[in-house]
Design a protein around this ligand. Sequence first.
Ligand code: PRP
Ligand code: URA
Length: 237
Amino acid sequence: MAETNTSSGGRPALPMQGVPQPSRDQVLGLPRVHISTHPVMAHKMTALRDKNTLPPEFYRLVKEIGALLAYEATSNLSLESVAIETPMEPMIGQRLAGGIGVTPILRAGLGLAEAFREVIPDVQVWHLGLRRDENTLQAMEYYNQLPHRIDLQVCYAVDPMLATGGSAIDAINILKRRGIPRLSYVGIIAAPYGLLKLSQTHPDIDIYIAALDERLNDRGYIMPGLGDAGDRQFGTL
Ligand code: PRP
Ligand code: URA
């Protein structure tokens, strides 16, 4: 590993400098981790990552990728029987049993939450604002619109980037304190470091991602990644 440069106080000058990271191969077999292998996903991911993709197209792609992830992540939801009548005759159909929640981790999670709403229009949206301090990489909560009444069978915490895992771990901690029976995390790109941390801290949740990248750079950005997912969605470059 490269020699660590330090600031004048003896601490690393950059937050991930010198921090050991697992390789992709070391995290590929983690339980309850689902990484997309769909060719359409791979195609869309290339367009998303491309630095020449501008915010309107980037946001559209986040929603399209989010819809594919939403189909995957909702494939094991519970159903209940319901009696209906078609124009031809009565029948027993099936509908989703219990409410579905989606928690976008602001701000970058908004595009994925929109994708979930397109797949399941009556999903409840529980906004949670977490901002990562660029120097310490610690997530700080600044906004919370989680309701007090809990009537969900599952809630999906959604955020495109799983870097150090701090934001995702904090979000799941906050949701767990609400007593929701089942929680999942849905993201677009994960670094092995953050994926391992999230999986080890919360082994009872399912994790769905579109791609697993190589590493974090010294500043805690995912490589090769896509840059800043919030800025690229909302044009604040
Ligand atoms: C980004 C990203 C995640 C977090 C990931 O958000 O959307 O929430 O960083 O990093 P972590 O895994 O190391 O916690 P950011 O805090 O930059 O806020 P934004 O969504 O407003 O851009
Ligand atoms: N947040 C981002 O938007 N991108 C990264 O690579 C890491 C955190």
